[in-house]
Design a protein around this ligand. Structure first.
Ligand code: KQY
Length: 363
């Protein structure tokens, strides 16, 4: 692996869309006791379902710690590759490299700085150095070159690319005080264009209410094809999510993408609010003497946090009346892919969902 100090766009590299073909997918075996209830037992079951669903149409690699390697190996089908690697938790989306490609199909990784979603300002755990070092190790493992972007803090869940020059982010996340506070919105836009090879950045104002990542875009809005997105939506005007989704809709309806197309927005209903219970809290170890969750906290549940596999849409389900409706909408938008709903509350309690635990490797 060569470590590169140039800018990917200057080298002719750009970020493909998630709906383009994948060479594979990377996940991390969960075990952190302050993230995953009951020491991760239920989360590992849910992750295994996600992994198995993705593995029907792409090659899956699972990273596991020394302590959990044997368990992961024994729990997962033989065709899943299990690799021992140190990480601080299991959010592959945010700590694996962002992959970029050039016209000849050469693949390279970008290694962003990672500070656990806000560092000492409002980060979610400390330390995070194992996570911060994972992207470069993955590039090494894959025998691809790696762009050093550790001086710029960014997580994979905070960006969505349409593969045709447009990137989508949220202001609440990318302008948060714990990431790149010395950079203006214009400077961040320019840096994203130079690193991800895009021509236009769409800045949605908000994400999902109480999303502890400072509202990653991947929980509120996703490209389903160039020029088309799904947006997490509620019709309940008394829900604090309502003005947030409404502001995003207003923004998108007055915007065009990098190719000048108006953005077609498909509303994807949200599940009814899901709250942290006493049982959830009792099953979580406290972190640094502080509880990770408090009973009654609202979790950032959204169907938008789905993974686009080569042959399937692996979507979170919550046992909610809107599960079926969301699956039907996604089926119309992805007619060639099987919709695979997976009960994901045990992932949600960790603070993210299916998209957050996956990282696609483009073909
Ligand atoms: O949603 C994500 N991309 C990560 C969530 C991290 C939560 C840590 N408790």
């Amino acid at each position: 692996m060569k470590l590169l100090h140039a800018l990917p766009a200057d080298d002719g590299f750009s970020m493909p869309a998630e709906f383009s073909p994948h060479r594979g997918c990377i996940l991390i075996w969960p075990e952190r006791k302050d993230s995953w209830a009951g020491g991760g037992y239920a989360a590992r079951k849910a992750f295994t379902e996600v992994i198995t669903a993705i593995a029907r149409s792409e090659k899956v690699t699972v990273l596991a710690s020394f302590e959990q390697y044997e368990n992961a190996r024994a729990s997962l089908p033989p065709k899943i590759r299990v690799v021992e690697m140190s990480t601080d938790d299991a959010w592959a989306r945010d700590i694996t490299p962002t992959f970029v490609k050039n016209k000849e199909g050469v693949l390279r990784g970008i290694d962003w700085g990672f500070n656990a979603w806000g560092g000492l300002v409002d980060g979610l755990y400390f330390p995070w150095d194992r996570d911060n070092k994972a992207a470069r190790k993955i590039c090494d493992l894959m025998e691809i070159d790696c762009y050093d972007q550790r001086s710029f803090i960014l997580e994979g869940g905070s960006i969505h690319s349409d593969g045709e020059g447009t990137l989508m982010v949220t202001e609440s996340c990318l302008l948060s005080g714990g990431r790149n506070p010395k950079m203006s919105k214009e400077e961040i836009t320019e840096h994203l264009c130079k690193t991800l090879g895009v021509k236009k950045v769409l800045w949605l104002p908000y994400g999902i209410y109480q999303d502890e990542t400072n509202e990653h875009v991947d929980n509120i809005c996703a490209f389903t094809s160039p020029g088309e997105v799904v947006l997490g939506w509620t019709d309940d005007e008394s829900d604090p999510q309502y003005p947030m989704s409404r502001a995003d809709l207003e923004y998108l309806s007055h915007e065009t993408d990098a190719k000048g197309r108006p953005i077609k927005v498909h509303k994807l209903p949200l599940p009814s609010p899901i709250y942290v219970t006493e049982e959830d809290c009792a099953a979580l170890d406290p972190m640094d003497g502080e509880p990770t969750r408090v009973p009654g906290d609202r979790l950032a549940a959204s169907y938008v946090n789905f993974y686009i596999a080569n042959g399937a849409i692996v979507m979170p389900a919550f046992g909610d009346k809107n599960d079926q409706k969301a699956a039907e909408i996604l089926q119309t938008l992805f007619p060639t892919r099987e919709i695979v709903p997976i009960y994901a509350r045990d992932i949600l309690v960790g603070g993210g969902n299916i998209h957050c635990i996956t990282g696609q490797v483009p073909e």
